[in-house]
Design a protein around this ligand. Structure first.
Ligand SMILES: N[C@@H](CCC(=O)N[C@@H](CS)C(=O)NCC(=O)O)C(=O)O
Length: 217
């Protein structure tokens, strides 16, 4: 009984992939043919009607599986299903509110801005405005990461004293900004945390399995 993670190298699957490796649970990777549009195929849409990557299939006791999509939902699902891992503070614990706050901030504020950066043509009516939309997204993302950096000046991890799945989401989002004129990795506290995360064997395995080459962030 293993999880299945539908993925494409470096896509939003990377954070759940790190979490699966960190958990040490059985799982399989299912590579999507993105160039061939497999994430828009009827079979994939039946699982994930958004046609976006990633999707997780979670084995159930009755022999079937449950489908979970949305990166942050997958992260929370995995952490909550394996509470002994400590990858999410337990409901009712001191750090739970901070954990939820930053998990949701990262997925709800920073991650969608990357859709403008990477798919600017989807966010304008006049195609000649796409470059401006992309540049604006880069500027806004820069401001967002400065805010995260200020938070990280006060604690080692985004949710407190312990690593959580929210940190894996942050690392993935930092990676996506590696081409910026001012990449988020250069912020002192963001850079410090990402360097520590990248040294974790589980994180290194996830990057290696997706065949991601340096520079990682
Ligand atoms: N909110 C979604 C966004 C996922 C997303 O944007 N995935 C990108 C790859 S990183 C994708 O599927 N792009 C192809 C497309 O939108 O058609 C999530 O967090 O899972």
């Amino acid at each position: 009984m293993a999880y299945t993670l539908f993925y494409f190298p470096g896509n939003a699957n990377l954070a759940p992939h790190m979490a699966l490796e960190e958990l040490g649970v059985p799982y399989e990777l299912a590579l999507l043919d993105r160039a061939g549009g497999e994430h828009k195929s009827a079979a994939y849409l039946a699982r994930n009607p958004t046609g976006r990557i990633p999707t997780l299939l979670a084995p159930q006791p009755n022999g079937g599986d449950q489908t979970v999509f949305e990166t942050a939902a997958i992260l929370l699902y995995l952490a909550d299903n394996h509470p002994d891992s400590g990858l999410a503070p337990a409901p009712g614990s001191a750090d739970r509110g901070q954990f939820l706050t930053w998990l949701i901030h990262l997925t709800n504020t920073i991650q969608p801005e990357y859709r403008v950066f990477y798919y600017p043509e989807q966010h304008v009516t006049d195609p000649s405005h796409a470059a401006d939309a992309k540049a604006t997204a880069e500027r806004r993302l820069g401001e967002m990461f400065v805010l995260v950096d200020r938070e990280l000046a006060t604690r080692p991890y985004i949710a407190g004293e312990h690593v959580t799945v929210a940190d894996f989401l942050l690392l993935m989002l930092v990676r996506w900004g590696r081409s910026f004129a001012r990449p988020p990795r250069d912020l002192p506290h963001v850079g410090r945390l990402c360097a520590e995360l990248l040294a974790r064997p589980a994180v290194r395995r996830a990057f290696a399995q997706e065949k991601l080459a340096a520079p990682f962030i």
